[in-house]
Design a protein around this ligand. Sequence first.
Ligand code: CA
Length: 454
Amino acid sequence: MPADPHRQTRPSPHPPKRHIFINTYRHLIMLLCLGPLTLAACESLPEPSSSPSGVVIHPPPASPSQPSLTFDSSGNLEFDAWRMDFARRAEAEGRKRETILSVLGGLTPMEQMVQTAAFEQAEFVKPVWDYAKSAASPTRITNGRKKLDENLTLFERIEQTYAAPREIVTAIWGMETSYGGYIGDFDAPRALATQAAIGRRKAFNEGELIAIMKLIEGGAATRDQFRKSSWAGAVGQTQFMPSTFLAHGQDFDRDGRKDLWSNPGDALASAAYYLGVSGWKRGEPWAVETVLPENFDYSLGDGVKRPVSTWIDMGLAPAAATEFAPSADLKAELFLPAGSYGPAFLLFDNFSVIKRYNNADSYALAVGLLADRLAGRADLVRPWPTDIRLLTSAQAKELQSALTRLGYSPGPVDGVIGRNTRKALQAFQKDRQLIADGFPTAEMLETVLIAANG
Ligand code: CA
């Protein structure tokens, strides 16, 4: 924080578009982690089996009743070597051999992931409002309100048990899987194993595989249920990663299963519980749209939390009559996702709680805006500036380079618009009596380039 809409990358056309609605950001994070498939990740892998057939040979099982810990070759020696090594480690830390075999047996690496990872590195950015607008589309609002009506009793019970309001939980449900309409058809172990074997975040993905094994051994879920996941390995109607499922999954109807896939009560209670343990504050808003006074000092959009009373003293006012009327002693930070060109928000602690679900400002913003519409609140007062042009990362490098030549300090010329670049741009704007919001548009780049080259 503050938000950085430039950190978003256009979703890949692979897999087909319907998948993109599931966890775009988790996918993105996963893809960035797959990243360029350098040899570094492979260097830590043990030597592949020397068996000419590719079948990994392993010492006989410890007990005659136990199956042998061996796997048919996937056809990829790197993958096979990782799997054998990981299987041994999983067994050493207490997982049952039959569980390990059921989770890892028959897997082959997902070639599509590797290809998509390469595509994702293309230098595109997607403005935050594209994401927010599609998240709170009329269809999703209509469907969400229908779901709230259909599950009235369930939501009343969930709200009695957990702090998070039904609209936020429903918005997450809608964002993650279109209210359970599409929960993914990837095999979670296969997706995670591919990333563990050839991606960068080996330890993370291995941890998720161990969590799946523990969930199966504990009877919370079955191996077959994990055949329906996003291609990042997130499962169920509210898209929990297996480790989050293990730590926070709820059996709301107490039937002995935590069925996040086909039992909305279990899935929604799990989401509500997770928001609760992440610190959701009952009765507090996630944000309030705000009108800024004339000649506002945009450097106050610096991520610092200040009491609402302080913001009011500075001339900020709610954009619309709001039922929240946040009390003056609550602290909030100013969030300017579109600089001086679009709506401004005062963000409360609950915004950060939504980010625990998915650590992207644009995700949390989309969930909050959708939840507001589900609750019957009006749309934003100030429209998004859909006509302004944002920078590609090549242009961001040009901006950073030009600001450096002009004597400002935007940090390294890396094409990533971070805090330093925004501050440097803001200083440039201030020096030239421009609106100093530090928000880099294509037009602003031209202004900076003219100054640097002239
Ligand atoms: Ca259950």
